[in-house]
Design a protein around this ligand. Structure first.
Ligand SMILES: C[S@@+](CC[C@H](N)C(=O)[O-])C[C@H]1O[C@@H](n2cnc3c(N)ncnc32)[C@H](O)[C@@H]1O
Length: 280
């Protein structure tokens, strides 16, 4: 599985991404020399539903201020900064893609959040953390790249303290049906390991987690992309540049990736699913 990881990291690596994000924000009037974390939220949350989805997930975790939170597959750091700001957590992000770790670190510095968030390069399936390091963990839209869900769950259980909450928000398969590529997480089928809620629950149980809550968010996802399309169309009709959105971080073929994902969501084949798990 380690042989897959360099290709997956290359899929995510977009050249000049931080500069592109800053330029897109500057176009909408943001003072990028004095950035606040909230200024970034249209561009630094790389999952369906953006910051609203992060908030709805994290609200179910009952995090204590100063809790040590692990963000598995932390991307360019939007969810980590949001939870550090809103819940007062101390967040460690781990991500496979070195350029994302660098951008996450830089954006936290630019927004005065370097003391509350840190980002390290590594794999979710072999994490460089001691046993019992964290009070809680989140994973947002990363499991689709992980071929071994039992290993994800056992690694997370290892680094969590007993009783720790693990909040999952991944795109899962709800029924059979072909997928078209590229998708936001995979250039082709060799990088995609979308699994069913049953697969996740079985892997979680084997690692010692119990399921506290589960919620399927297919309708929310379809609505999210419909709203995005309407905003893009309005901007085009008025001769404005498209507003910053989740497509920025997906690079040149963002439109195709989003169209392929939207088709699978509208067909009920895929949906984002929340699973709130407790260790023990
Ligand atoms: C769709 S993005 C989500 C990023 C972030 N969780 C968010 O919601 O903004 C998927 C992320 O998973 C990371 N990733 C993929 N495979 C990984 C692995 N084996 N270990 C850690 N991170 C991984 C990618 O580098 C990418 O940053």
């Amino acid at each position: 599985m380690a042989t897959l990881e360099p290709g997956i990291a290359r899929h995510y690596d977009i050249s000049g991404l931080e500069e592109r994000i800053l330029a897109a924000l500057a176009d909408t009037g943001v003072d990028v020399a004095h950035l606040r974390a909230g200024d970034l939220e249209a561009a630094d949350e790389f999952h369906i539903g953006g910051v609203a989805a992060t908030k709805e997930l994290v609200d179910q975790m009952d995090l204590k201020p100063s809790a040590k939170l692990l963000d598995i597959g932390s991307g360019i750091g939007g969810p980590a900064r949001f939870v550090a700001n809103s819940a007062g957590a101390e967040v460690t992000g781990i991500d496979l893609t070195q350029s994302y770790v660098d951008i996450a670190t830089s954006l936290s510095k630019r927004t005065g959040m370097a003391g509350k968030t840190r980002f390290v390069q590594g794999s979710a399936l072999d994490m460089p953390f001691a046993n019992d390091s964290f009070d809680a963990a989140v994973i947002l839209h990363v499991g689709m790249n992980l071929p071994d869900k039992p290993k994800l769950m056992s690694e997370t259980a290892r680094v969590l303290k007993p009783g720790g909450i693990f909040a999952v928000y991944d795109v899962m398969r709800l029924k059979d049906g072909a997928l078209s590529y590229p998708l936001p997480w995979a250039s082709d089928e060799t990088m995609s390991f979308v699994a069913t809620p049953d697969d996740y629950r079985a892997a979680a149980a084997a690692a010692g987690f119990s399921v506290i809550a589960e919620r399927r968010r297919g309708a929310f996802a379809v609505e999210f992309f419909a709203t995005m399309r309407a905003r893009m169309a309005a901007a085009q009709a008025e001769g404005r540049k498209p507003p910053p959105g989740v497509g920025l971080v997906m690079g040149e073929n963002a439109r195709t990736k989003i169209a392929n994902l939207t088709a699978a969501l509208e067909g009920g084949i895929l949906a984002p699913v929340e699973l709130i798990l407790r260790l023990g």
